[in-house]
Design a protein around this ligand. Sequence first.
Ligand code: MLT
Length: 245
Amino acid sequence: MRLFFFHTPERAPNSGMADAAVAIDVLRATTTMAWSLQNGAEAIQAFADLEELDAAARAWPADRRLRAGERGGARLEGFELGNSPLAVTPELVGGKRIFMSTTNGTRSLDRLRSAPLLLAAALVNRAAVAQRLLQAQPATVWVLGSGWEGDYSLEDSLAAGAIVAALLEQGGGSLEDLAGNDEAAAAHALWQHWQHAPEQALRLASHGQRLQRLGNHDADFACCAAVDSLALVPLQTEPGVLRAS
Ligand code: MLT
């Protein structure tokens, strides 16, 4: 298996696609997706475009849908949910489809839509993601960070490195064989630096600082930094639709 890490959707190659792909948005979209499915949501349907989201949500039974919308870290007006993993309680999301659009995370998923195997990863499920990849044995894997509007993000690189480390721990070979590009090797080194203090890295990250400026997000940070707290992996089962696996 050769794993290629790209910092943002813009950095992914313009043509071709890997055998498997992993979208990461630690703060907070992929963490929230994993927790929504853990708490019983029927599926997450991800949209880069808000008008498309609206049309798809309106076509779904009203008692079985929720709309989750975030821009700039804040909940979009008129949406039932923003993007906090703490808000997706079993009482609220159980049995519901969540129609979701976020600033960066849903754009990464959109970019990887055509992958034969597409997973959503965060720190909370990085060992489970590594396990799914080792089970599937794809020859090539693209791991895509979401970044922030085209810029690098510390927290997504940290999670990419955490996945590389989990693959190595679970018997995925040597770093030399696994790392397909320098970004993958650098992400692994970043994880080695922060692995004992992931929450500190999330708070240091520019989006972490943005969230702190918006208000108290202590519980979100603790949740997003809880490495391997979930065994569940959101898996694309039809274009744009993720279910628990
Ligand atoms: C995003 O997609 O950029 C995020 O998940 C932002 C956030 O809500 O923290």
